[in-house]
Ligand binder design. Structure first.
Ligand SMILES: NC(=O)c1ccc[n+]([C@@H]2O[C@H](COP(=O)([O-])OP(=O)(O)OC[C@H]3O[C@@H](n4cnc5c(N)ncnc54)[C@H](OP(=O)(O)O)[C@@H]3O)[C@@H](O)[C@H]2O)c1
Length: 349
């Protein structure tokens, strides 16, 4: 096992492969980024986590070229050490704190503090002369900027961090990737609104076009952008894999399970329930319906070709999730009557 603690810092000049420091490496995004970069065999990856002993961290360190490094976005000193000697930094922040009644778990200022700590340390790493590319993962800007207000707090926090990148003069070495909602959100555990053969649960009206992405595709984007670093620095990109209405998503699932007696429906989680549980997600649902995510799907096709990215389709994501869940005997696949599901998948392969 290759676990670096805070006192052990790699000097990239003595290594052949450039060091990539990945913040929040155990997050859904972070895991995708680490996995994609590990596959290339081109980088030494420092997976930064607050807890190098967690199950997720221990899974990451089994991958090629990955070391675990302790780092907390709330602790600048730990970031300073984790970034030392890195040529590339992938930065991500989280608005999620412990859930509290009347507050939920999303805390805008918590994310801003992490972001400012992150950018200050990126600046220090840049001044040292080793860092040459910073990728910041933000969130998609709106399709219709005139309808953006009020925007969710966990969106404006990320956009404020983007402004701070500019303010510190880091724009030229930075690529800002702005993903839209993850497909993985459909796997929520809300009773009555869990994904199954009969239900695609969503947060917006059934006829609203809604841009989504497989979280692992963010890793593909990071890998792609790094492969043409010279071209994609000083750029911001809203990134998405699909633009579908809830009804269209349900139709896709219906098609997959077509030989069965199930009728698949898109079911919208009541906005009031969302706002009671997590107010900012309710604001986000209003925002998606009103302003919408702003990825330019046609332009993205061109860039994906340039960067050799094959986006995961919603259909393929559904199929892969079902196979994985069935193999691991987990909850939502069980509800999908796995024997018939297997037949169906085999027919679709
Ligand atoms: N859900 C979506 O559809 C969506 C779409 C676009 C963007 N986003 C944004 O993507 C970001 C990441 O979300 P995610 O769902 O990928 O994350 P996640 O799976 O919820 O993981 C959060 C991770 O953050 C780490 N963490 C928490 N506090 C930290 C701190 N103070 N310092 C360092 N690490 C800390 C934890 O790792 P350790 O405990 O190992 O340190 C944890 O693994 C969020 O800002 C979210 O708003 C989400």
């Amino acid at each position: 096992m290759n676990v670096l603690d805070q006192t052990e810092v790699v000097n990239s000049k003595t290594k052949i492969k450039p060091v990539v420091a990945v913040t929040m490496a155990t997050s859904r995004q972070g895991i995708g980024v680490v996995k994609e970069l590990s596959k290339t065999d081109k980088y030494q990856i420092r997976a930064i986590t607050r807890n190098t002993k967690s199950a997720k961290a221990l899974d990451l360190v089994k991958l090629n070229n990955v070391s675990l490094v302790t780092g907390d976005l709330m602790c600048p000193k730990s970031l300073n050490k984790a970034f030392d000697g890195a040529e590339i930094i992938f930065g991500n922040t989280t608005p999620t704190k412990g859930w509290k009644i009347f507050r939920g778990s999303i805390v805008r200022n918590y994310e801003i503090e992490q972001g400012f700590n992150l950018i200050n340390q990126v600046k220090i790493a840049y001044k040292k002369g080793t860092l040459n590319h910073f990728i910041f993962s933000s969130i998609s800007k709106p399709k219709d900027p005139l309808k953006s207000d009020p925007a969710p707090g966990h969106f404006t926090s990320k956009w404020d961090i983007e402004e701070y990148i500019k303010k510190l003069g880091l724009k030229e070495i930075t690529t800002i990737l702005r993903p839209v909602s993850y497909f993985e959100n459909f796997e929520n555990k809300l009773p009555g609104y869990t994904i199954s053969k009969s239900i695609i649960p969503g947060i917006v009206e059934k006829n609203v076009k809604w841009q989504t992405i497989a979280v692992e595709d963010i890793g593909k984007w990071v890998k792609g952008v790094l492969s043409k670093s010279y071209k994609y620095k000083n750029q911001s990109l809203n990134i998405a894999g699909e633009e579908l209405t809830g009804q269209q998503m349900a139709k896709i699932l219906q098609r997959i399970v077509s030989s069965e007696r199930y009728k698949t429906n898109y079911v919208m989680i009541p906005r009031i329930a969302i706002k009671l549980l997590e107010y900012d997600i309710g604001v986000m649902a209003d925002w998606i319906e009103r302003a919408g995510y702003g990825a330019n799907m046609n332009e993205l096709k061109r860039i994906q070709n340039d960067l050799d990215i094959t986006p995961t389709s919603f259909e393929d994501w559904l199929k892969s999730k079902l196979i994985a869940d069935r193999n691991q005997n987990r909850s939502w696949a069980n509800k999908w009557k796995s024997s018939q599901w297997e037949l169906q998948l085999d027919n679709n392969r």
